[in-house]
Design a protein around this ligand. Sequence first.
Ligand SMILES: Nc1ncnc2c1ncn2[C@@H]1O[C@H](COP(=O)(O)OP(=O)(O)OP(=O)(O)O)[C@@H](O)[C@H]1O
Ligand SMILES: Nc1nc2c(c(=O)[nH]1)N[C@H]1C(S)=C(S)[C@@H](COP(=O)(O)O)O[C@H]1N2
Length: 202
Amino acid sequence: MSEDTLLVGLVSVSDRASGGVYQDQGIPALEEWLRSALATPVRFETRLIPDERAQIESTLVDLVDNVRCHLVLTTGGTGPARRDVTPEATLAIATKEMPGFGEQMRQVSLAFVPTAILSRQVAVIRETPDHAALVINLPGQPKAIKETLEGLKDADGKQIVGGVFAAVPYCIDLIGGPYAETHDAVCKAFRPKSAIRKKDNA
Ligand SMILES: Nc1ncnc2c1ncn2[C@@H]1O[C@H](COP(=O)(O)OP(=O)(O)OP(=O)(O)O)[C@@H](O)[C@H]1O
Ligand SMILES: Nc1nc2c(c(=O)[nH]1)N[C@H]1C(S)=C(S)[C@@H](COP(=O)(O)O)O[C@H]1N2
């Protein structure tokens, strides 16, 4: 794997998908959106697990500390039901909270469903002595993945409410990960001017 490859952990947290009651659509939806959005090399490491707090925590720790993912996206388990514990597990393995992500995701999700406020999704940084990763919770509805990452656009493709992925590449720069670039038509990543790297042939 080349040094500029973004290593992304994808975690689908669902009792029923992990138990074989229905087929998991979370990981395929995450992979599909990320492949359409990223213009730079990416590699995925995937996990399908039940809504068990200890297992969610150990999966996140393994993906960051051992697999050395730069970014981990979870889907599912963010609601108010008794078995929904993904935010608690995520906060438990964090070294820093990133509240802006949850705030923005609930904001954009309200443009799609009035129940957006039921998602307790959080985002955090986990730091070890020589590595760091951004971990973001997404809701479990497979369609919520594109909605929260990409945001809402009008028929001409003009952004109406921003998705959170626009801020992810710069966040990964700041925690020491590779310089990820996106396809503007899907997601226009934002970096301050001083942080933009010129292409070799520019
Ligand atoms: N991983 C998944 N794959 C496919 N569909 C999913 C997945 N997670 C959730 N869904 C769909 O979204 C709906 C609402 O999501 P929610 O997280 O509330 O499911 P859930 O009932 O809590 O799942 P589970 O009980 O299996 O953990 C589900 O009823 C299901 O139709
Ligand atoms: N963008 C988006 N956000 C959404 C939804 C959705 O369909 N799209 N569903 C909501 C609903 S109905 C619930 S219960 C919460 C929590 O979902 P989870 O427990 O599957 O994570 O996410 C909310 N956020």
